[in-house]
Design a protein around this ligand. Structure first.
Ligand code: HEC
Length: 203
């Protein structure tokens, strides 16, 4: 093969590979209804891992597992995170099921294998090109994010009582609340209590 032909072959193969990669990325068009391929998930996790500075990955959680810290984190998670991740971390919610990429089950090995520092970094900075928002800067304190790291470690052992308490702190529309109240009154119970901490924001 002449040198010119070799270069041409190289170019053709190169274009074919790029084409295959793009086709693989866009296998469902730009719809969020398909699932990423295993290759795409692996590549995305690897790129994310490399993008988190080593020093940040090595940070250890300064917060300890006191009952107060874990409760703070649970209620915070119920209010800000459960809409996508579900109270139990399964991500089985209408948002969680339909995002692209979908958030992984936070109780699973994939997430639990991440270092404290890596989980903290993800909560503070979010993940670009995914639905995972950044929660650092302004919104909450770093301590809150470290508490959330403790909660994520606790998720595999979450109890039914803890989950039921969280349900009271999940964001609800006025419609949901009215419906709940009606059901409750119908069942002869006492009127639903208002969501304790944030109730005053809704007047
Ligand atoms: C709007 C939806 C949404 C909300 C709200 C949200 N997340 Fe996420 N989260 C995601 C998505 C999507 C991913 C997957 C990101 C990726 O693929 O890299 C993710 C990933 C994560 C991960 C990494 C898990 C892993 O193994 O890759 C952690 C930890 C996490 N979220 C914690 C939180 C916490 C804590 C909150 C609340 C303070 C929160 N998230 C709120 C959508 C959300």
């Amino acid at each position: 093969m002449s040198r010119g032909n070799g270069i041409l072959l190289g170019i053709v193969v190169g274009i074919a590979l790029v084409g295959a990669a793009v086709a693989s990325l866009l296998h469902g068009g730009v719809s969020a209804r398909v699932n990423p391929s295993a290759l795409e998930i692996m590549m995305a996790r690897e790129v994310r891992h490399m993008a988190i500075p080593k020093s940040a990955r090595k940070l250890q959680d300064p917060v300890t597992d006191t009952p107060e810290n874990l409760r703070d984190a649970r209620l915070h998670f119920a209010d800000h995170c459960a809409i996508c991740h579900a109270n139990d971390g399964s991500c089985d919610t209408p948002f969680g099921r339909n995002l692209y990429p979908k958030p992984p089950d936070l109780r699973g090995a994939q997430t639990q294998k991440l270092t404290d520092g890596e989980i903290f970094w993800i909560i503070e900075n979010g993940v670009r090109f995914t639905g995972m928002p950044a929660f650092g800067g302004g919104h909450g304190s770093e301590e809150d994010s470290w508490k959330l790291v403790r909660f994520i470690r606790h998720l595999p052992q979450l109890t039914a009582e803890e989950r039921m308490e969280m349900e009271q702190y999940n964001p609800k529309s006025l419609g949901d609340r009215e419906e709940e109240q009606e059901e409750n009154e119908f069942l002869g119970g006492k009127p639903m209590q208002q969501k304790p901490e944030t109730a005053h924001h809704h007047h």
